[in-house]
Each structure stands twice: as structure tokens, then as C-alpha cells.
Ligand binder design. Sequence first.
Ligand code: 3EB
Length: 340
Amino acid sequence: MSPKRPDIRGVASYPVRLDYVQQMPASAQAVLGEIHFGTSPALPDSTLAPAAWIGMPLLDGAAHIELWTSEQPVVAGRTGPLTFARNRDQLFGCFAADSPADFATFEARIQEAYARLLTLIDSEGYPHLLRMWNYFPGIGEREGGVDRYMVFSRGRYQALEAHYGKLNRWLPAASAVGSRHGGIVIYFLAGRAPGQHRENPRQMSAYCYPPQYGPKSPSFARATLVRGADRDCLYISGTASIIGHESQHPDDPAAQLEETLTNIKALVDSAAVEERVRFNGFASLTHLKVYIRRPRDFPLIRARLDALLAQHAQCLYLEAEICRPELLLEIEAVAMATTA
Ligand code: 3EB
């Protein structure tokens, strides 16, 4: 177990609990989902709740399981390649499948994943997407003037457009990151009630990016705010060294880290002011996943975050391929605030 565990147990009025752990607790609260990171596929033999492996090397040997649990009773189910577990308020779902090498087949698989999960959340009665994670190998591979990330973006766009029309106000916070091994894994949180999707004052909305980033723009919000009775939670999307739509500081990991942190701070602070949430800047960050392209940049990044973050912050450091070749790192986070 990580020595830095926040004491947020007993907060029944926020519907899910997240921990990054080293091993599954012997008797967990009801499990909504478990996502295992690392290079060797090690999944439980049989679980009712969604379980998936992401083939991404760990840069820090500590925690490697992203564990979602619930204090309320959980009901689990499966339809085809989708598994899910839901409590009264939220549904955790996971799509896992091979990743086709061929771009056209890959795009069709992504579109199918999104079509299926959108159908699932409607039929189960949790129609509001709150947070999405997208992992697949070869994100930077190029073929015919596009890369695999652009093809992913188009497959996702087409399924979302078929479901919601051209409206962007439904789009949730997301991450889309390249793994090294394994297939496509897409997992998500959806709610009975909507979250508040937020944009970053320093960045162009991703769904408005110009076509140089792909024939269809990436479909996600910069953050999604989910309110609980005595706790508010801001799910912060994968965030990188981008201002407007342009990558900043090529080849300078320290400067990319500072720009990324400034972007995250802008999301937390703007949500605090505009939605009147009691966030307190970086001190409110409770969970971070730090995706690093080159292992040699890890010590610098780790040292800066150790100095900046609260003692109780939980971090996962992963070696990953970021969707633009010049980006050396990307950080996703959760910020929490009490309401009373
Ligand atoms: C960016 O800001 C960096 O396509 O779902 C970050 C988070 C990024 C989510 C996605 C992409 C996605 O454009 C990349």
C-alpha cells in the first residue's frame, strides 16, 4: 500500500472511491472496476466487475492498480465485449478487444466500442458520460498522411455524432494515451445525473482543433465536475504542454511540465471561481496519472511533483506514448473539495 493514502473513507455521499494500489485488498468494498498497469498481463481469473490490463511500463514500482470501489451495493453485468458494474448513482464500464493493425479495421473497432457503450449507458439508465479513458498500442504510427490517434479520433467522433448529433455539450473529460502491449481498452464512468463539462481558458476546446490534428477533431472536454452531497470531484482530462491548440517547448521536459501544471491549475481555479467549488489549487489534487514518453525524464518530473503536491496525493507514473510526437508528458488528475 502506498504510504500516502488520503483518508476519504466514510464519505458515502460521493458515489465512487478511487485508489491507486499495489495489490487488491483482501476484502475490498464492493469493486466497480480494476485496471492493472504494467508489462506483464496479470488479471484475476474471474471477477464480476470490469477488469483490464494496460500494457504500459511502470516508472515507479509502487502502485499499479487503479481501483474503483463503492460503498453502495454493486450490480455487475456483461454484454459482448463490454463489462460494467453499477451502484445507485454511477456506472463503471469497460470495453476490451484486440487492436487491429490495419487502420480501417482499427477505426471500425473504435466506432463499434463507442456505439456499444453509448447504447449500454442509455439502456442501463446512466446516460451521462462523466469520464473516459482510451488506451491502445501504436498511437503514433503513421500511414497515408494520418496517424493512429487521428484515426481513433475519427472513429470516436463518428459514434458520438451518430448518438448526440453535432452537439459538443455532452462530451466528458478524457485521456487517450498509447500503450506498448495489449489491445484496445476503453473504460468510463457514467452517471444517472449529468456532470458539468469544463473547458480551459488557456486552451482551444479540443473539439474545435483545426484539421492539422486530424480529419475529425478529438471529442472530449478539458474536465468534468461531478458534485456529491458533501464532496465535489473534478475529473481533469489528460493535460499537456499545449496553449491554444499548439504544443509548446519541444525537447524541454521541464518547461513542458511547468506549462502542463499551469494548464491544470487554470482548470482547477476556473472551476473554483465559476462553479463556486472550494478547490485550493494544487493542494486539491488527490490522484494523478503521469504519462512520460522517455524514462530519462522521470526523475526530474517526479522531483517537481513530490515538492508540489500534497502529502496525500496518489500518483501513478507510467511510460507511455503521447498522442503528438513532440509531447514528452501528459498528466491527468482528480481534484476534490468538501462542500460544507
Ligand atoms: C490534447 O490536449 C492532448 O483524445 O481523448 C488529451 C486528453 C489529449 C484526451 C483525447 C487527447 C485526449 O489535445 C491530447
